[in-house]
Design a protein around this ligand. Structure first.
Ligand code: GLC
Length: 440
């Protein structure tokens, strides 16, 4: 079946390519066009569609196309990182040349490395060296630069400054403060005739986003990040249990039951329409919350996510997206040039200003135009520079299994099906088996 798909698409592309070429040559002969236009190619890139991603991707690729005389087809992909990975795995397993450039998650280089070319020979070392070294290291698998950093992410807390002012509340420093403030404002607003107001919205659907949120709760309590320094699973610990108990207590109190089906965009929908005091999300929500048509424009603050209990710390999970060139692309050179352009300083600056997508080039965090558009890029620089990694490097190709086991266990706890202690003990056993005691 895969083979049939591959042949079919390969042939169709070729035919399309030939007839396009014929048309171009004819047009070129008739109009005396320069030869470069005759060699024009069409590349395809898969782009995310969360927030303004698709629009910005189209604008960026159109600029490159205009500049080089080629064309780029932008293919939109599912919002859920979990679904997107499944789709990519299907396309790549079929060795399909349909997509030349893939937008890949920071946690996928270990899973998908074999399907991408090494970008290092195509992009000069000084350009690569402009990016956060930790991201470049993350994207390097067995000495091969699998993807160029495009934008980075870290979980942050959004709050409604106007509501906090109205109730003389401060932005929360700890999760217990957040819980108390959210409950107080939610109760008061509902009593005053605002029945739709929620205290706190976040991502608790069963997918990669819940892994991010839950890891932040656990790590902020000092419960680690699933895998310990020696490689062994480390999730069955009292701090992790305390963190999940706390989160389970939010469902149906300060968060609606429906949060169990929320991803990033659903959370943003509630917050941006004015119906939540607090929201956990990624930086992209800032530009949209402050857009001219946003009901909460000018009323929003952003801070680091709260600390856990005694001895806890602020913890924002590292996210972000990178651009990789498929090994099955018919135009790897050209595709690498598109990647070079899209990940360049100028393009990252444009995306930071228009969409608050975090640059992967540290110098841009000192750029006056970027800071004017997203002041929290400067204020929260440590949140972005020291964001907490998910254990994708340690677990390599098994990361997706690890993450799914984790978010499923967390979901059982949030939905009240299992106690936190029991769920985490079971998860620990599964991860021990999967890792053969720490040898992933
Ligand atoms: C964001 C992050 C990505 C993460 C995803 C989870 O897109 O950048 O790294 O996996 O959210 O929903």
């Amino acid at each position: 079946m895969n083979r049939r798909f591959m042949n079919f698409t390969g042939k169709r592309n070729q035919q399309r390519g030939f007839s396009a070429l014929r048309t171009l040559i004819l047009a070129g002969l008739l109009c005396g066009l320069p030869i470069a236009a005759v060699n024009a190619e069409t590349l395809a890139i898969s782009c995310g569609a969360v927030g303004q991603e698709l629009q910005l991707c189209k604008e960026g690729t159109e600029a490159w196309a205009k500049h080089t005389g080629n064309q780029v087809k932008v293919i939109s992909t599912p919002n859920s990182a979990t679904e997107r990975l499944a789709l990519y795995q299907q396309i790549l397993a079929a060795q399909s040349p349909e997509i030349d450039v893939f937008q890949i998650d920071i946690i996928w280089p270990g899973i998908l490395a074999n399907h991408f070319i090494d970008l290092a020979p195509h992009i000069d070392a000084a350009t690569i060296g402009e990016h956060f070294p930790a991201i470049v290291a993350n994207n390097t698998v067995k000495g091969k630069l699998v993807a160029m950093p495009w934008f980075t992410d870290a979980g942050v807390l959004y709050y409604r400054q106007d509501l906090l002012d109205k109730y003389h509340a401060k932005p929360p420093e700890t999760w217990s403060e957040l819980t108390a403030t959210a409950q107080r404002i939610q109760d008061a607003e509902r009593a005053a005739g605002n029945p739709r107001l929620q205290g706190f919205v976040f991502q608790a659907k069963g997918y990669e986003g819940l892994t991010c949120d839950a890891l932040e709760w656990v790590d902020s309590f000092g419960g680690g990040t699933l895998v310990g320094a020696g490689g062994k699973a480390s999730i069955n610990n009292p701090q992790a249990v305390a963190a999940l108990k706390m989160a389970a207590g939010w469902i149906g109190t300060i968060a609606p039951e429906g949060v169990l089906n929320y991803d990033e965009e659903e959370s943003r929908g509630v917050f941006q329409s004015g119906n939540a005091v607090f929201m956990r999300n990624w930086p992209y929500a800032w530009a949209l919350a402050n857009a001219t048509d946003s009901p909460v424009r000018g009323k929003v603050g952003v801070i680091a996510l709260p600390r856990g209990g005694e001895g806890g710390k602020h913890s924002g999970v590292l996210g972000g997206w990178n651009l990789a060139v498929s090994r099955y692309s018919a135009h790897p050179e050209l595709a690498a040039d598109l990647v070079r352009y899209l990940t360049s300083r100028a393009e990252q600056k444009r995306r930071a200003i228009a969409g608050s997508y975090n640059p992967t080039i540290p110098a841009l965090y000192k750029d006056a135009d970027v800071l004017a558009a997203a002041p929290f890029f400067g204020q929260l620089y440590p949140t972005f520079a020291d964001a907490v990694a998910r254990p994708s490097r340690q677990t390599g190709a098994k990361y997706n299994r690890v993450s799914a086991d984790f978010y499923n266990a967390v979901r059982d706890v949030l939905s009240g099906q299992r106690q936190a202690g029991e769920a985490l003990a079971g998860l620990q056993r599964r991860l021990d088996r999967l890792s053969r005691g720490g040898r992933w």
